[in-house]
Design a binder for this molecule. Structure first.
Ligand code: ADP
Ligand code: MG
Length: 506
C-alpha cells in the first residue's frame, strides 16, 4: 500500500490537462494524481494518450490546458530541465543513453563534477558507485553502457533518477524487454523506492505482474481518463472493458467488393524460435488480408521476421502457393514474391540518403538486369515515376533523397517499391504507425486494393484496434509467442481482441 493516507495532499495532481496536435485532441480534461510511495499503473490501448500525458509531466511537451501541482503547489513545467529540477524523472523505453560512454558518465551526463575546470573523474566515479549501489546494480562505474543488458541499462536510468533526487519516477512498459529474473530484480528496487516515499507512474498492461506492487490503476481511452480503481479487487476483464469502450464494429472492405479469397498463398506450419515463437501455424489465401494483433513483445514482429528470412526459425515449415520453401535470407524471400514493410522504417525500411526512385527500384534490381543490361536506368525511372504518381507521393522527383520526405510519404515509397518488385504477399508491420490521418487512409486504401482488387495477400500487423478491425478480413491474436485464437469478421471487437492479447477472461 501507499505510505500515505489517501486524504493527504498528493505528491502530484494533474487537473484538466488538455493537449492538441494539429487540431486533434490527444488529451481532454485529464485528471491524474499520485501519492507518496505509490505505484500508480496507467493503462490504455494504443493511442489512448498515455505517453502524451507523461511527456507533459516530464516537460517534453507543453500542455494546452490544465494545472499541475506538486505537494499542493502549482508548478510550471517549462521544459524537461525544469521538470527534472522539480524531481520528475522519466525512463523511456528507448533509453536516451550514450552507448559508448561509461555508466558514471551517463548517470551524470551534463552535470559531471568539475575540479580546476576539468571533469573530476575520481569524484564522478565515487558518486556513480554510490548511485549504482542504491539500485543494487552490479556494474563498474567506468564500464561503457553498451556492455550492459537492457535490464541493467534500465537500472542505470533508475540510478540516474535517484542521483537527481527525483520524487516521481515514470516508467513506460519497463518489463516488456526483461526476463522473469530481471523483472523480479526491478520489482525489488521499485519496492525499496516505494518505501522511501517515491511515487511511481508505471505504464503496463501486465496486471497480474503488478498485483503486489501497484496500488491504483487508471485507464485512459481516446485522450480521456475512463476511471481510476484500486488494484486489489479489480480484474483484468474490468479494465479491458474500460479500455475498449463502446464501439461500432466495422467489417472490412470485402463485403463491399464481394471479392472471394482464392488459392492458398502462404502457409506456415509449426514455426518455432526459441523464446520468441511457439508452434505458429496459419495460412493466408490470395485476395486476403489477415490481421495479426498482439501487444508489444508478443512475437508479432518476430513472426514476420522469421517468415521473411531475417531470423532463422529453429523449426517449422513455410509453403508458398502450395510449395514448401526454404527462406534462408530476405533476398530469397523477395525472389519468391514476398515483401516486408518493417515497423522501423528509419532503420531497415528505406535507404534514407538514396533518391525516391532508387529506393522504389531497390528490390527489383535483378528484374532490370533481365535483359543483360547492368541497369536499365531509363526504365527504372519511368516505372518509379509512374508509381510516384499512382501513390501520390509528395516529392520533387525521383532523385530527391528519401530522408526529406514526410513519414507518410516515406511509407508510400516502401509500398511502391514492393509493387514494383511485383510482390504477391506483403508482410506489413504496423505500417501506419506515426503517420498522419490522411496518409493513413491512403495506406488503408492501398492494402484493400492490393488484396481485394489485385487478388494478392497481406499479413497486416497493427497495434491499433479500430484499424486492424476495419481493414482485416480475419484477425489472428498472438500472445507470448503463440497464436491464441483466430477472430472472424463478425465477432471482431476491441474488447475481444484486447482480452485475448492480454490473456484476460473475456
Ligand atoms: P499512447 O501512449 O497511449 O499509445 P499517445 O500519447 O502516444 O498514446 O498518443 C495519443 C494520441 O496523440 C494519438 O492519437 C497520437 O496519434 C497522437 N499524438 C501523439 N504524439 C503526437 C505528435 N507528436 N504529433 C501528432 N500527434 C501525436
Ligand atoms: Mg505510448
Amino acid at each position: 500500500m501507499s505510505t500515505e493516507a489517501p486524504n493527504a495532499v498528493p505528491l502530484l495532481e494533474m487537473r484538466g490537462i488538455g493537449k492538441r496536435f494539429a487540431g486533434v485532441d490527444a488529451l481532454r480534461d485529464v485528471d491524474f494524481d499520485l501519492r507518496r510511495g505509490e505505484v500508480h499503473v496507467l493503462m490504455g490501448a494504443n493511442g489512448a494518450g498515455k505517453s502524451t500525458l507523461m511527456k507533459i509531466l516530464s516537460g517534453a511537451y507543453p500542455m494546452d490546458a490544465g494545472e499541475v501541482r506538486l505537494d499542493g503547489v502549482p508548478v510550471e513545467l517549462k521544459n524537461s530541465r525544469t521538470a527534472r529540477e522539480l524531481g520528475i524523472a522519466i525512463i523511456y523505453q528507448h533509453f536516451s543513453q550514450v552507448p559508448h560512454l561509461s555508466v558514471a558518465e551517463n548517470i551524470f551526463l551534463g552535470r559531471e563534477p568539475v575540479r580546476f575546470g576539468i571533469i573530476d573523474y575520481r569524484r564522478l566515479h565515487a558518486d556513480a558507485r554510490e548511485a549504482i549501489a542504491q539500485v543494487g546494480l552490479e556494474a563498474e562505474a567506468g564500464e561503457p553502457v553498451l556492455n550492459l543488458s537492457v535490464s541493467r541499462r534500465q537500472m542505470v536510468e533508475i540510478a540516474k533518477a535517484l542521483s537527481l533526487k527525483s520524487k516521481i519516477l515514470i516508467m513506460d512498459e519497463p518489463t516488456s524487454a526483461l526476463t522473469q529474473r530481471e523483472t523480479a530484480t526491478l520489482f525489488e528496487i521499485i519496492n525499496s523506492l516505494k518505501a522511501r516515499g517515491i511515487g511511481i507512474i508505471y505504464i503496463s498492461h501486465r496486471l497480474e505482474e503488478l498485483r503486489d506492487l501497484g496500488t491504483r490503476v487508471t485507464v485512459m481511452r481516446d485522450g480521456r481518463v475512463v476511471g481510476t480503481r484500486p488494484i486489489a479487487g479489480t480484474e483484468m476483464s474490468d479494465l479491458v472493458r474500460m479500455m475498449a469502450g463502446k464501439e461500432i464494429v466495422r467489417s472490412s472492405g470485402r463485403a463491399a467488393t464481394g471479392a472471394r479469397p482464392g488459392r492458398e498463398a502462404l502457409r506456415v506450419e509449426g514455426l518455432e524460435r526459441r523464446g520468441k515463437l511457439r508452434g505458429i501455424s496459419f495460412a493466408i489465401r490470395e485476395g486476403e488480408i489477415v490481421g495479426l494483433f498482439g501487444l508489444m513483445g508478443s512475437g508479432r514482429t518476430e513472426l514476420a521476421r522469421a517468415i521473411f528470412g531475417v531470423d532463422r526459425p529453429d523449426s517449422g515449415r513455410i509453403f508458398l502457393f502450395g510449395e514448401e520453401v526454404s527462406i534462408a535470407n530476405p533476398g530469397t524471400a523477395v525472389a519468391r514474391g514476398l515483401g516486408f514493410l518493417t515497423e522501423d522504417r528509419l532503420n531497415s525500411g528505406l535507404a534514407m540518403t538514396m533518391g525516391v526512385g532508387g529506393n522504389i527500384s531497390l528490390p527489383s534490381l535483378p528484374g532490370f538486369r533481365r535483359y543483360g543490361l547492368a541497369l536499365d536506368l531509363a526504365r527504372e525511372n519511368r516505372e518509379a515515376g509512374r508509381l510516384i504518381r499512382d501513390f501520390r507521393i509528395k516529392t520533387s522527383g525521383t532523385g530527391q533523397m528519401v530522408k526529406f520526405l514526410s513519414g507518410g510519404n516515406q511509407q508510400k515509397v516502401v509500398f511502391a517499391k514492393w509493387i514494383m518488385a511485383e510482390s504477391r504477399i506483403l508482410l506489413l508491420d504496423d505500417p501506419t504507425q506515426g503517420i498522419d490521418v490522411e496518409a493513413k487512409e491512403e495506406v488503408h486504401r492501398f492494402i484493400l486494393d492490393f488484396a481485394h482488387g489485385r487478388g494478392r495477400s497481406v499479413l497486416f500487423i497493427s497495434s491499433e484496434l479500430p484499424e486492424i478491425i476495419g481493414v482485416s478480413d480475419r484477425i489472428l491474436v498472438i500472445r507470448d509467442g503463440a497464436l491464441v485464437r483466430e477472430v472472424g469478421p463478425g465477432e471482431a471487437s476491441q474488447e475481444l481482441l484486447l482480452s485475448l492479447a492480454l490473456g484476460a477472461q473475456a
